[in-house]
Ligand binder design. Structure first.
Ligand code: SAM
Length: 180
C-alpha cells in the first residue's frame, strides 16, 4: 500500500503521460509522507535515483534519499544538488501545498509562490529535455505562472487526475521538454 492518497494521483498522471522511466533521476518537492517517493522509486528502479524533500520528517523509503528542509532555503537547495551528484535530474515532481488557512485567495497565492520556488529549482537542476509535474491551486495567479513554465518547457499540459477530489481547486501541470 501507499502512504498517501496522493500516490494514486501520480500513478494516474504517469499512466497518461509516461513521464517516469527506468533509471530516472527524480527530485520530489514537498514529499511527506512519501507516497510519491514510493511510486517514483518503483518506476525509476534500482538504476535510478530519487531525492525527496519536505519541511516535515519523512519515514525512510528504501532506495530514496530524503532531506528535511524548505524549498525556499538555499542551504536545502544545495543539499538537493549534492544528493543528485554529478548528473542533473530527469524529472522534478512538486506536490507542494501550504498549510491551508481556509481563505481561498490566500491559500492560492501562497501555493503559487511555493510552486514558483519549485520552478526555480527545476531551472537549476533539470537536464535539457527533462520533464516536471507541478501541483497548482487554481486562481488569478495561475496563468502568469503557467506562462513562466511555458518559457522553460516545450509543452505545458493541464491534468486533473480523477483521484484528485473533483471539488478541490488543485490541478497538475505536466511540463515536457525542459529548455536549458
Ligand atoms: N506527494 C506527497 C505524498 O504523496 O506523500 C504529499 C505532499 S503534501 C500534499 C504537501 C507537502 O508540501 C506537505 O508535506 C508540506 O509539508 C510540504 N511543503 C510545504 N511547504 C514546503 C516548503 N517550503 N518546503 C518543502 N516542503 C513544503
Amino acid at each position: 500500500g501507499y502512504r498517501s492518497r496522493a500516490a494514486y494521483k501520480l500513478k494516474q498522471i504517469n499512466d497518461s503521460y509516461r513521464i517516469l522511466k527506468r533509471g530516472n533521476r527524480v527530485v520530489d518537492i514537498g514529499c511527506a509522507p512519501g507516497g510519491w517517493v514510493q511510486v517514483a522509486t518503483k518506476e525509476a528502479g534500482p538504476g535510478g535515483r530519487v531525492v525527496g524533500i519536505d519541511l516535515k520528517e519523512v519515514e525512510p523509503v528504501d532506495g530514496a534519499t530524503i532531506l528535511q528542509g524548505s524549498i525556499d532555503d538555499p542551504a536545502a537547495v544545495a543539499k538537493i544538488v549534492e544528493a543528485l551528484g554529478e548528473e542533473k535530474a530527469d524529472i522534478i515532481l512538486s506536490d507542494l501545498a501550504p498549510n491551508v488557512s481556509g481563505m481561498w485567495e490566500v491559500d492560492h497565492a501562497r501555493q503559487i509562490d511555493l510552486t514558483r520556488s519549485a520552478l526555480a529549482l527545476a531551472r537549476q537542476v533539470l537536464k535539457a529535455g527533462g520533464n516536471a509535474v507541478f501541483k497548482v491551486f487554481e486562481g488569478e495567479f495561475l496563468n502568469e505562472l503557467k506562462n513562466e513554465m511555458k518559457a522553460s518547457f516545450g509543452k505545458v499540459l493541464v491534468s486533473k487526475p480523477t483521484a484528485s477530489r473533483q471539488e478541490s481547486s488543485e490541478l497538475y501541470l505536466v511540463c515536457i521538454g525542459f529548455r536549458s
